[in-house]
Write a protein that binds this ligand. Structure first.
Ligand SMILES: Cc1ncc(COP(=O)(O)O)c(C=O)c1O
Length: 421
């Protein structure tokens, strides 16, 4: 295993140079400044290898995309088989793979969610959910959380923190309203004019460092929505698919959304897939408007085959029970580390949705870098850089957790030594 400071191989240097020249100059420079010159090569299970061969335990999972592991063998085999008979299909016509996935989503999502629509990304799925909510209610206003990230397309970006939407002159301040997380009176005020189409909510706001809502918050928002004729859209892109110990995060709080958005891990990180699932009444337009929304690659048939299997795996009682057990094991280990390491000030947790509080502005960036040096890839929270996202996979075993905790222990020792130097 090479050390992170080992000079780059020619291959890795070439990838970085090409990316700087043709792809993402500012991003390449940012990673250089942060001391994380990572180019991912081999990947397997919950491990990735830098192009130079250095192993890292992956607890970023690209936001849960690799919830079932990188290149999960069961899913890779299914995708391979699907290429023997399928291509993306023709989005104008009924398709077996797409219809079966829609049926599976109707069966496994909470409450009376029924119709589904498919797009290639979480951003597009949120964008579509907002359009649908506007049509269904005849209202234009959207309410979301100040701490939210819902994607980067037009409407999804406008519903998040406004900086990037504004940067591209795509913000709509008159129609998009944000309220603070956990503030029910502010939510009540925002909905009081009965002119809001929907509230779009991440069940646990990921980019804000996974602050876990209090017991009454999500049911309280849902009750306000019902009282004011507002639809509740659950963005489950990061909290769905078993990560909370429930198949869908909202189930942990007994909330039945009017629309549910899923993406990232939906097709095991092997094919771009995201979905909006909605009640029959919200999706009534589908009964009159056959081409209200079309997407050539949305619901690509190989992706649908894989997504259906992902839902089946994540729904297995032994998988959900295993995730809860792993979460308990990890929390015990993390609490032990917290007792010994003042740098680690708190642990946020709901099942395997976890984050580590450092108590220092930028503290998670320093911890992320220290972990990288110790062979772990974990990402700080974009909107809360004192909090490190800690996303362990659904199928991780005890040996993996032990290795992870050992490396975290070493990284915490390193940052504490740095801080006192
Ligand atoms: C909660 C949430 N919603 C939506 C998105 C957007 O998904 P995508 O990047 O697939 O467009 C993300 C991406 O990180 C996310 O974390």
């Amino acid at each position: 295993m090479s050390h992170p400071e080992t000079p780059c191989s020619a291959r890795k240097e070439r990838v970085i140079a090409l990316s700087r020249e043709y792809l993402m100059p500012a991003r390449v420079s940012a990673w250089e400044r942060l001391g994380v010159p990572l180019v991912i090569g081999r990947r397997e299970g919950y491990r990735i290898w830098d192009l130079d061969g250095r192993e890292l335990l992956d607890v970023h999972l690209n936001g849960g995309t690799y919830n079932l592991g990188h290149r999960n063998p069961e899913l890779v085999e299914l995708l391979r088989q699907s290429f023997d008979e399928l291509d993306v299909g023709n989005h104008h016509f009924p398709s077996e793979a797409r219809a079966e996935l829609a049926e599976a989503l109707a069966c496994c999502t909470p409450g009376p969610l029924h119709y589904s629509m498919f797009v290639p990304s979480g951003s597009e799925a949120n964008d579509l959910a907002l359009r649908i909510a506007r049509h269904a209610t005849g209202r234009r206003k959207i309410v979301s959380l100040e701490a939210a990230y819902h994607g980067r397309t037009g409407l999804s970006a406008a519903a998040g923190r406004p900086d990037m939407a504004r940067y591209f002159h795509s913000d709509y301040p008159a129609e998009f309203v944000t309220v603070p997380f956990e503030d029910l009176p502010a939510m009540e005020h925002a909905l009081s004019n009965r002119d809001v189409a929907c509230v779009l909510m991440e069940t646990i706001p990921a980019t804000y460092g996974f602050p876990v809502p209090s017991d009454g918050y999500l049911p309280g928002v849902k009750a306000l929505c019902e009282r004011t004729g507002t639809l509740y859209v659950a963005d489950e892109v990061q909290t769905g698919l078993g990560r909370t110990g429930w198949l869908w995060g909202v189930e942990a709080w007994g909330v039945e959304p009017d629309l549910l958005v899923t993406g990232k891990g939906l097709s095991g990180g092997l094919y771009p897939m995201a979905a909006v699932t909605m009640t029959k009444s919200v999706g009534a337009f589908l009964e009159e408007q056959g081409w209200g929304y079309v997407s050539t690659f949305g619901g690509a048939e190989p992706g649908c085959r894989v997504a259906k299997r992902v839902l089946e795996i994540c729904s297995r009682p032994e998988v959900l029970a295993g995730a809860r057990r792993t979460a308990e094991r990890l929390v015990k280990g993390l609490e032990e580390l917290r007792a010994r390491h003042p740098y680690l000030t708190g642990i946020r947790k709901k099942g395997l949705v976890m984050a580590l509080e450092t108590g220092a502005d930028g503290g998670a960036i320093r911890l992320s870098r220290a972990l990288y040096r110790r062979g772990v890839w974990a990402m700080f929270s974009g909107f809360a850089p004192s909090v490190l996202q800690w996303k362990v996979g659904l199928l991780a075993d005890d040996a993996y957790c032990e290795a992870l905790l050992g490396r975290l222990d070493a990284a915490l020792t390193d940052v504490e030594a740095e801080s006192s130097a």
